[in-house]
Write a protein that binds this ligand. Structure first.
Ligand code: NI
Length: 181
């Protein structure tokens, strides 16, 4: 039996969000539990996608569900974006690590992905629309790239107060953690 996990959301600017995630090598019960607990966290936070660094894990795992129907749950382990194609599209993106912040981000319409599923079985598929958008956003997380990096100077200006609040909150919580040691 593996220990039951419960994840908190890791918020900007926690350092783990900046670290490139490492490939998964064991497709075992522990991985299955991580994936289960990630879906639980994503659902509770009303998200459509989540990458492992957002729950504090430096692992190349991303999950998504674009519809809210559990049959649309998608797990990508060690994903590779083989190609991106189609027109560049602007779309309002949020991120569970940046609560309350939304930014129009330009990305190609389609993405072709190679990945492993939670059992380690390889698959390859092409996605467009919201699924493609979520995959590209979550893949950024595995590389340590964040929504704030996709902001224009005007976006940053508009979201200055919200970003400053997150930084301040992180500073206070780090201090609290240090003084508790
Ligand atoms: Ni995100």
């Amino acid at each position: 039996m593996v220990e039951r996990l419960e994840f908190d959301m890791t918020l900007y600017p926690a350092p783990v969000l900046r670290k490139p995630a490492e490939p998964v090598t064991a497709f075992d019960e522990e991985l299955a539990e991580i994936v289960r607990a990630m879906f639980e966290r994503m659902d509770k936070s009303n998200g459509v996608g989540l990458a492992a660094p957002q729950v504090g894990l430096k692992k190349r795992i991303l999950i998504l569900n674009h519809s809210g129907d559990p049959r649309d749950n998608l797990v990508l382990i060690n994903p590779e974006l083989i190609s991106r194609s189609g027109p560049q599209i602007y779309f309002d993106e949020g991120c569970l690590s940046f609560p309350g912040i939304y930014v129009e981000v330009r990305r190609p319409e389609r993405v072709r992905v190679k990945a492993l599923d939670a059992s380690g079985k390889p698959f390859e598929a092409e996605y467009d629309g919201l699924i493609s958008r979520i995959i590209q956003h979550e893949y950024d997380h595995l590389e340590g790239i964040l929504l704030v990096d996709r902001m224009t100077p005007a976006d940053k200006h508009r979201n200055r107060a919200a970003l400053d609040n997150l930084v301040e909150r992180h500073r206070r919580e780090s201090e609290k953690a240090e003084s508790a040691q």
